[in-house]
Design a protein around this ligand. Structure first.
Ligand SMILES: Nc1ncnc2c1ncn2[C@@H]1O[C@H](COP(=O)(O)OP(=O)(O)O)[C@@H](O)[C@H]1O
Ligand SMILES: CC(=O)N[C@@H](CCC(=O)OP(=O)(O)O)C(=O)O
Length: 296
């Protein structure tokens, strides 16, 4: 499709108010494993990040890699089990998760960005104690509205983010790319859902926006029939939907992450479709808001 010069120019001019609005602002992007579909789409996400950087935004990337972790666990003969969207993580599993997240996925994203002339720096929660964590238990939501707790092994609850390190990197023009592995006081590794890491980082950095890229358009009233798409959800609606199990599985950490980041001072939090080409720049620089925005 070829556009006229006038259309091309007007697209850029229409983006100007958004470019001005976000200039100098920190935006945290959570790049979920289910949105890392193929080379072409990965490159489009990278180009969006490069564009953000070159129009003066301070992007911070937190990545997941759930499907890759599951694949590697299978190769080692281990099956995966999730409780409320969190992987049950024994000693071997946390080692494999760290290997996949830090050794494979983080370094791939960093080299893709550097190839596009952005100074990306790969980090895990262990670098300068970026993500201090302690053991977390999973909360289960029963149908009668009550909740319970389940031990899920080496899964971390974030205690502290080293925002000084991130500010230093951003001030020096680097793009931090963060793997969701936390470190305990004793140096132990904790597997942390990347949505929570992104939320805590967005809160600690007082980010303008938290954008969670995933494999669905946003939140549906009923995910199975997909007839009602919800473009905005309040904290109360989220809680009701979790209790009624209308929001379940991997969507639970996502909505909780949005609420947590808003409570800690993030401006806006949205769940957007990482399968749509250039979803980041469409969300940021056009009037057509995409995805589901979670508000307090
Ligand atoms: N109400 C809902 N609306 C949309 N998706 C939902 C809903 N409830 C559960 N989900 C599930 O949440 C999934 C997204 O979480 P997940 O697979 O963990 O993504 P990611 O790897 O990006 O973190 C969707 O693919 C869908 O299966
Ligand atoms: C505790 C926990 O569940 N950790 C996640 C960490 C990776 C992740 O969050 O990846 P996605 O964003 O691609 O789902 C896991 O082991 O899968």
């Amino acid at each position: 499709m070829e556009f006229s010069a006038e259309v091309k120019a007007s697209i850029l001019v229409d983006a100007l108010p958004y470019i001005q609005k976000f200039y100098g602002k920190t935006i945290v992007i959570k790049y979920g494993g289910n949105a890392m579909i193929n080379d072409d789409l990965k490159n489009k996400v990278m180009h969006d990040i490069v564009l953000m950087k070159y129009v003066g935004i301070r992007p911070i990337i937190v990545h997941g890699g759930g499907p890759d972790i599951t694949g590697f666990l299978q190769k080692f003969g281990k099956t995966s089990r999730f409780v409320s969207g969190l992987r049950v993580t024994d000693k071997e599993t946390v080692q494999i998760a760290e290997m996949v997240l830090v050794g494979k996925i983080n370094s791939e994203i960093v080299s893709r960005l550097n190839h596009l002339h952005v100074n990306a720096v790969g980090l895990s929660g262990k670098d300068a104690d970026l993500i201090l964590a302690k053991k977390k238990k999973a909360v289960i939501h029963n149908e009668n509205g009550s909740t319970g707790e389940v031990d899920i092994g080496f899964v971390g609850q974030i205690e502290k983010i080293n925002s000084g390190l991130l500010n230093d990197l951003l001030d020096k023009n680097y793009v931090p790319v963060i793997a969701p592995i936390g470190t305990g006081e004793d140096g132990a590794s904790y597997n942390i859902n990347a949505d929570y890491v992104a939320a805590e980082i967005a809160g600690a950095m007082q980010a303008e926006k938290l954008l969670l890229l995933t494999d669905v358009e946003g939140i549906y009233r009923d995910y199975n029939d997909k007839s009602t798409f919800l473009s905005t959800l309040t904290q109360k609606q989220v809680q009701d939907m979790i209790n009624k199990r209308e929001i379940n599985g991997g969507m639970i950490p996502k909505v909780e992450a949005c609420l947590c980041s808003l409570a800690k001072g993030t401006g806006k939090a949205s769940i957007i479709d990482g399968r749509q080409a250039h979803s980041l720049i469409l969300e940021l620089f056009t009037s057509q808001g995409i995805g589901t925005q979670v508000i307090r």
